[in-house]
Write a new protein. Structure first.
Length: 165
């Protein structure tokens, strides 16, 4: 029979279980990583959620700022990765991730009323497909970082305004 972990070790283990679930890992994977049953991991997750404040108890402005900051961090991480990698597949993935994060940021801003709704031009899904296609073509032709940055910068206001006109 395995010895029970010390209190500090249990806290750290539980934090890792919560982080794994927050990243979307399956219960079976989490249980295997931490040597627990799926039910034990689910209990740890439920206990964590019970301690978290409900959305009406959260400062909505602070939450929005945090969400936008996280999306900006994804954009920056993707830009830095695309800039430094020598692997074309990784570069393409980073360019796609950057575009996706910019699209996500725009969607969050739309949902909060910070940007106007899509009313004219391409639908959001069509605009997203257009962006993905452009990113693929740019990567295939080894477009310069400056060209990709310029294109994404010019596309962001178009996405915010509802598409191309």
């Amino acid at each position: 029979m395995a010895a029970r972990p010390a209190a500090r070790e249990k806290v750290i283990r539980d934090q890792r279980i919560v982080a794994d679930r927050a990243r979307g890992l399956a219960w079976a994977t989490i249980a295997g990583r931490h040597g627990l049953s799926e039910r034990q991991c689910q209990t740890i997750w439920r206990d964590h959620l019970a301690r978290e404040p409900l959305p009406h108890q959260v400062d909505l402005e602070e939450s929005l700022r945090e969400t936008l900051a996280q999306l900006d961090a994804v954009v920056e991480d993707a830009a830095l990765l695309a800039e430094t990698t020598r692997n074309d597949s990784v570069r393409l993935g980073a360019i796609k991730m950057r575009y996706s994060a910019l699209t996500g940021k725009t969607q969050v801003m739309h949902a909060c009323g910070l940007l106007p709704r899509y009313e004219h031009g391409l639908h959001a899904l069509d605009f997203e497909r257009l962006g993905e296609t452009l990113c693929e073509v740019l990567a295939e032709h080894r477009a310069s970082r400056e060209l990709v940055d310029d294109l994404l910068a010019r596309m962001e206001p178009l996405a915010a305004a509802g598409g191309c006109r």
